[in-house]
Write a protein that binds this ligand. Structure first.
Ligand code: TRP
Ligand code: SF4
Length: 404
């Protein structure tokens, strides 16, 4: 028996930067689309996070949110299976952020690598605000509110998941104590019923005595898969596995997205700030023109000069889009000067244009009918809020604050 992925939650978010590009698609979205059929997924627009680095001109925010959600749908996110919503519509994010801020040492936030890096690199922005320092903690609240198992993120966000785990641990340590915990936990074990109770005890012993991580996983699955016990008992049983406290906010894990290198038109990483992007829904003729002009191996000046595909950003794109035969043809033709760069780009252009064509087709109904997007977000909001409220209720109760 292993933890059933369908019942495990996945959560991720993106700041609304306006229309997305192929780097966003291959770097994150494509992975989200796969995950939505394997896990219970929550994907949200982190519009408050956008304010932490740009609070002055917020006029384009609604349009950026709208366009990004269309891109998500165009990429294949399915609101029938995944919950898609906007952070600022769910006030529980703000409340949990506030409560967590009370227990988070300043030093933890100051030490997050992105904090000093971004302050050093984005000198044109005012990053000396309280909000910017709290960026990772707001992200922790985003995450912990949904008690997910996995957070699909890129390398740059791992430190934020790490601090989230630390904050969760600290919260559980401070507020997860309960009078007569052990007696209540034992009663909850009995509630599992004869065979399951025995199995739970056996797995718990294996974990506590031998550190058997698989036993812990199995025991957790046993508990989370049981629909007859109360939420409070479930939390006790989960906490009892590891120690003497209730786990109110389980620690999530980063799910590192292995992403292909996706170069932009100038050979640097594709990024909006470099102006080297291809939009997910860009006009196919414009895309063709851009790709025809794309940077190749700089050593290949004339058609008769042999080139080195490993030094060519076009070849990196081929690796994402082309099959093995095309890759071999391109590499061989390049090194022998058997083909020209335009010839080499042709099958790639076809593939990119085809991919973008699919996105444009899927986006069309949402572009023509903004109401559809709004409805999807309204429905996502309802679902997200229900889950968020459950968590916040537990959090408030644990902190002896008003619970609904
Ligand atoms: N910080 C993330 C980014 O810049 C966006 C984000 C906000 C996020 N909250 C999140 C990602 C929660 C994952 C989970 O990409
Ligand atoms: Fe790049 Fe292809 Fe030109 Fe070689 S032939 S330099 S791989 S575009």
């Amino acid at each position: 028996m292993s933890a059933n992925p369908q019942t495990q939650r996945v959560l991720s978010g993106m700041r609304p930067t306006g229309q997305l590009h192929l780097g966003n698609y291959h770097g994150a979205l494509r992975n989200w689309v796969d995950l939505q059929y394997k896990y219970t997924c929550f994907f949200f627009v982190a519009d408050w996070h956008a304010l932490t680095t740009g609070y002055e001109d917020t006029s384009k925010l609604p349009e950026h949110v709208h366009q990004m959600v269309i891109d998500w749908l165009a990429a294949g996110l399915n609101p029938g299976v995944a919950t898609i919503f906007v952070q600022s519509q769910v006030p529980e994010h703000a409340e949990l952020h506030l409560l967590l801020s009370m227990i988070t040492p300043l030093g933890w936030l100051e030490r997050v690598p992105t904090y000093k890096d971004m302050q050093a690199n984005l000198t044109e922005k005012d990053l000396t605000t309280y909000g910017f320092l709290g960026y990772p903690l707001l992200q922790s609240a985003d995450i912990l509110l949904y008690r997910p198992t996995w957070i699909p993120v890129g390398e740059d966000q791992v430190a934020h998941v790490e601090i989230t785990r630390e904050v969760a641990r600290r919260f559980n340590h401070i507020y997860g104590r309960e009078p007569e915990f052990e007696a209540k936990a034992e009663r909850a074990v009995a509630e599992l019923g004869g065979r399951n109770a025995a199995l739970y005890r056996q797995l718990r012993r294996k974990y506590q005595e031998a550190g058997d991580a698989e036993a812990l996983e199995k025991a957790r699955a046993l508990v989370t898969g049981n629909t007859r016990i109360t939420v409070a008992d479930r939390e006790r049983l989960l906490g009892y596995l590891e120690g003497q406290s209730v786990t109110i906010l389980p620690e999530p894990q980063a799910l590192l997205t292995r992403t292909p290198k996706l170069p932009g038109l100038d050979g640097r990483k594709m990024s909006k700030s470099y102006g080297n992007t291809i939009g997910m829904r860009e006009d196919p003729d414009a895309v063709t023109r851009k790709l025809k002009a794309m940077q190749t191996d700089p050593a290949r000046v004339r058609r008769t000069d042999p080139g080195e595909p490993e030094k060519c950003p076009v070849y990196d794109l081929h690796k994402v889009y082309s099959d093995d035969a095309t890759l071999a043809w391109s590499a061989q033709g390049c090194r022998s000067a058997g083909i020209g760069c335009l010839e080499c780009k042709k099958p790639l252009i076809d593939k990119v244009v085809e991919e973008i064509g699919g996105m444009r087709r899927r986006a069309q109904e949402f572009e023509e009918n903004p109401e559809l997007g709004r409805n999807i977000l309204a429905e996502g909001f309802e679902k997200a809020r229900e889950t968020a409220r459950e968590t916040l209720d537990d959090v408030r109760r644990a902190m002896h604050l008003r619970a609904d």
